[in-house]
Design a protein around this ligand. Structure first.
Ligand SMILES: Nc1ncnc2c1ncn2[C@@H]1O[C@H](COP(=O)(O)OP(=O)(O)OP(=O)(O)O)[C@@H](O)[C@H]1O
Length: 640
C-alpha cells in the first residue's frame, strides 16, 4: 500500500551510534515499499536496491535537487538540534516526499486541517534558539500558517451581513478576522530581566512551585481518608473525615457541641463539609425549612449552604448542615491566635498585631458577605472568629450560616429580621475590635469595649477606629440609616483598595494559568501518541504499532524523545520536545528527517503527514476499543 510513497534515504552515517539522529539533508529519493515500512523491510534497503527507483516521480528524482555535491558532502555533525528539522530545503521543495495521501485507505476529507499549516521557512531561523539551558522556544505562532481569512458574520448566527446590519459590520471586513491560533506561548508578566528575548526557562511552561505546592496540598487534603474509620456512613454522604482540630465540646455558639467533617456525596461524588450538632431534637418541622432560604445566598465571602437534615446514625439525634468544603481552611482564630507567633521585634511569643491593610481587607469582605445576606432578607447571626474561615491568603468566608436560624427557630420567630441585621453590625464591630486588639476572648472584649476602643488609635488609623465605633454603637431610636449599605459607602476608599488587591491577585493567577495553557493539550497529544507506539501486539496482529502507518510514528517518538548527539549521548532538550509536539498538533508543513534505529533508512515526512497518521491510527484504536467495550477494564476516553 505504500508503493507510491517516496522517501529520502542515506545509507550510513559514519561516526554516529545507534538510535535516531539529528536529521540531515536527503541525498537521494526512493520509493518506499510496503516492505520498507515494516521492520523487516528496513534491513533490505540500500543504494543498490532496485526498489529505489521512484515510480511516479522519476522526473523529480532526476532533478539537480540531489546534487553530486550533496551526495559527497562531509558527514553530518550535529551542532544542536538546528539540524533536526529539514527546514523546507530548497532542493527538497519539489522532490518526492513521503505522502500518506497516496495510501489507499487514506481519507483526507475526514481530517480538516484547513487552518493547520502552510509551508513556512521559519525553522532554520529559529533553530539557533535550541539549547538545554534556555531552550528558546521558537515562536510557534510564526511556524503556523498565515491566518486564513475568516468571516464570522457569514454563518447563520451572524446574519447581519445579509441584513441591515451589513453596513455596521463593514469596517471589520477590511481586516478579516482569523480564527484563534493555538500553540501560543504569549509572555505575560512579571518577567525575568536577565534573559535574552528568545530565551525561556523551564518554569515558564509550568505554574510556580509555590502555587503548585499549595494546590497539591489542597488536593491531598481533599482526598485524604481515614482507614478503619469508626465514623458512620450517612444516607447521602460517605467517607466522613473529621476536620476538628480538638475534641473539646464547645456549646457556646450553637448551644450544642458541634463537629465538622469532610464527606463525599453519594449523589454527585463531590466533597462537602458537614457540621453535626450533637443531641439536637427537632421539635418543629418548619425550623429545618428555615435553612432553605440560605441556598439563595451565593457570595464569594459566604461558604455556600446546601442542605440541613436530621440523622440518628451517630447513635443520637443529630442535626447536620451541609456546606461547601474548602480544603485546608483555617478559622480566623486558628490563623491568628492558635499558634503563638514570634513577635517581629523580638518580644517573645504571642499574638502579633494584624496589619491594618489586612483588617481593612477583612472588613471589606465581611461587608460584602453581610450585604448579600441582608439583601436576601436574612441575618448572619454568627460572626465569630471560630466560624469564619480563611481559604487563601487573606481570603475569608462566613462558614456557619443557617445554623442559628434552625436551632433558635422557636426562640427568634417573633424577632423581626431587621433587628437581627442590626445585631449583625454590632457583632461585626466587636469581632473587628477583638482582631484589632489581638484579643480572641469575645467576653473580654464585650466587657471592656471602651477600654479596647481607646487603645485602638495607638496602633491603627483614626478611620479604622471610627469604622469599628460606627458598627458597635447602637442606632438612635428611629434612625433607619444604620445599614450595611451605609457602612460600605462610608468605607468606599478601603473597599476599593481591597478590590484592587483582589484584581491583582486574579492577574497573577491568570499569569500562572497562561504558563500551563498549552500543557494540557500537549498531554492529550502525548497520551494519544503513546496509545499507539510500542503497542506490542494488538487484536491478533503482532506488532501492530511497528508496522505500516504506525512505523513513522514510532520513529517520530524516537526523534522527539530519544535524540542522541554525534557521540551517542542523549540529547535532553525540552524546547525541542515541546516544539515538535506543538508542530505535530498544528499539523505544520515543516518536514523532518526520521532515521531508523539501524540507520539503514531515512524518511522525510512533514508534521502534517504525521498528524494524519496519528489521527488515523488513534481512530482505528478507538474503533476497536468500542468493539471491545464489554471486556473488563475498558475505559473509553472520548474527545482526547
Ligand atoms: N466549610 C469548611 N470547609 C473546610 N473546612 C472547614 C469548613 N468549615 C470549618 N472548617 C474547618 O473545620 C475545623 C473545625 O471548625 P469549627 O467551626 O468546629 O472550629 P472550632 O475552632 O473547633 O470551633 P468550636 O470550638 O466551636 O468547635 C476548623 O479547622 C475549620 O477551619
Amino acid at each position: 500500500m505504500f508503493e507510491d510513497t517516496h522517501v529520502y534515504y542515506q545509507t550510513s552515517k559514519p561516526g554516529i551510534g545507534p538510535g535516531p539522529h539529528l536529521g540531515d539533508y536527503p541525498l537521494k529519493s526512493a520509493t518506499l515499499s510496503n516492505e520498507m515500512m515494516s521492520r523487516s523491510g528496513k534491513k533490505a534497503l540500500n543504494v543498490e536496491s532496485p526498489s529505489f527507483t521512484p515510480i511516479t516521480l522519476q522526473q523529480a528524482a532526476k532533478k539537480s535537487t540531489f546534487s553530486s555535491q550533496a551526495a559527497s558532502a562531509a558527514p553530518f555533525t550535529p551542532r544542536g538540534p538546528s539540524a533536526n528539522t529539514t527546514p523546507n530545503p530548497p532542493q527538497a521543495a519539489d522532490a518526492p516526499v513521503f505522502n500518506p495521501s497516496n495510501i489507499r485507505e487514506f481519507q483526507p476529507q475526514t481530517f480538516d486541517i484547513s487552518n493547520a499549516g502552510s509551508p513556512n521557512n521559519q525553522s532554520a531561523a529559529n533553530d539557533s534558539t535550541y539549547s538545554i539551558e534556555n531552550f528558546g522556544m521558537a515562536p510557534i505562532a510564526q511556524a503556523l500558517p498565515p491566518p486564513v481569512p475568516f468571516n464570522p458574520y457569514a454563518t447563520s448566527e451572524h446574519s447581519a451581513i445579509s441584513s441591515h446590519g451589513a453596513a455596521y459590520y463593514q469596517p471589520q471586513f477590511a481586516t478579516p478576522l482569523a480564527p484563534p491560533q493555538y500553540h501560543l506561548y504569549a509572555p505575560i508578566g512579571p518577567y525575568r530581566e536577565d534573559l535574552l528575548p528568545y530565551q525561556r526557562v523551564t518554569h515558564d511552561f509550568f505554574i510556580s512551585e509555590r502555587l503548585r505546592d499549595e494546590l497539591q496540598k489542597k488536593s491531598h487534603a481533599t482526598l485524604q481518608t481515614m482507614p478503619n474509620s469508626p465514623l458512620p456512613q450517612l444516607e447521602k454522604y460517605h467517607s466522613l473525615f473529621p476536620l476538628d482540630t480538638s475534641n473539646r465540646k464547645n456549646t457556646a455558639i450553637f448551644g450544642y457541641p458541634s463537629w465538622v467533617f469532610k464527606a463525599v456525596s453519594s449523589k454527585d461524588g463531590k466533597y462537602y463539609c458537614l457540621r453535626r450538632l450533637e443531641g439536637y431534637r427537632l421539635t418543629n418541622e418548619k425550623a429545618i425549612h428555615a435553612a432553605r432560604e440560605w441556598k439563595k445566598v451565593i457570595n464569594a465571602n459566604v461558604v455556600t449552604f446546601h442542605e440541613a437534615f436530621t440523622t440518628r446514625v451517630f447513635q443520637d439525634s443529630s442535626l447536620i448542615f451541609c456546606h461547601d468544603y474548602h480544603p485546608l481552611a483555617q478559622t480566623l482564630y486558628e490563623h491568628h491566635f492558635a499558634t503563638p507567633q514570634p513577635h517581629p521585634r523580638g518580644r517573645g511569643l504571642g499574638p502579633v498585631a494584624i496589619p491594618e491593610n489586612v483588617l481593612w481587607s477583612y472588613i471589606s469582605q465581611l461587608s460584602n458577605a453581610l450585604r448579600a445576606i441582608h439583601h436576601a432578607k436574612l441575618a448572619a447571626r454568627c460572626l465569630d472568629m471560630t466560624k469564619i474561615i480563611i481559604t487563601d491568603k487573606n481570603r475569608i468566608r462566613l462558614a456557619a450560616t443557617a445554623i442559628l436560624d434552625v436551632v433558635q427557630f422557636e426562640a427568634t420567630q417573633p424577632r423581626p429580621v431587621a433587628d437581627l441585621q442590626q445585631e449583625d453590625l454590632v457583632q461585626f464591630g466587636k469581632l473587628m475590635l477583638a482582631l484589632a486588639s489581638s484579643t480572641p476572648q469575645a467576653d473580654h472584649v464585650n466587657n471592656n469595649i471602651q477600654r479596647y476602643m481607646d487603645s485602638l488609635p495607638m496602633k491603627y488609623s483614626a478611620s479604622l477606629a471610627e469604622a469599628i465605633s460606627w458598627l458597635i454603637s447602637p442606632p438612635a431610636p428611629g434612625d433607619k440609616t444604620k445599614h450595611i449599605d451605609t457602612f460600605i459607602s462610608n468605607i468606599a476608599m478601603h473597599v476599593m483598595n481591597s478590590a484592587d488587591q483582589a484584581l491583582r491577585a486574579s492577574d497573577s493567577l491568570t499569569s500562572e494559568l497562561t504558563r500551563e495553557l498549552e500543557n494540557g493539550r500537549l498531554v492529550r497529544l502525548l497520551c494519544k501518541l503513546n496509545t499507539i507506539t510500542e503497542r506490542g501486539e494488538y487484536a491478533g496482529e503482532v506488532a501492530w504499532s511497528e508496522n505500516g502507518e504506525r512505523y513513522p510514528l514510532k520513529l517520530f517518538r524516537d526523534y522527539v524523545f530519544h535524540q542522541v548527539d554525534d557521540q551517542g549521548r542523549p540529547v535532553l532538550d525540552l524546547g525541542h520536545m515541546i516544539r515538535c509536539l506543538n508542530k505535530l498538533d498544528a499539523a505544520a508543513e515543516d518536514r523532518i528527517t526520521l532515521v531508523t534505529r539501524d540507520e539503514q533508512s531515512v524518511f522525510v515526512v512533514s508534521y502534517k503527514d504525521l498528524k494524519l497518521l496519528l489521527d488515523r491510527s488513534f481512530n482505528e484504536l478507538l474503533k476497536r476499543t468500542k468493539q471491545a467495550q464489554n471486556s473488563p477494564g475498558t475505559v473509553l476516553v472520548p474527545g482526547i
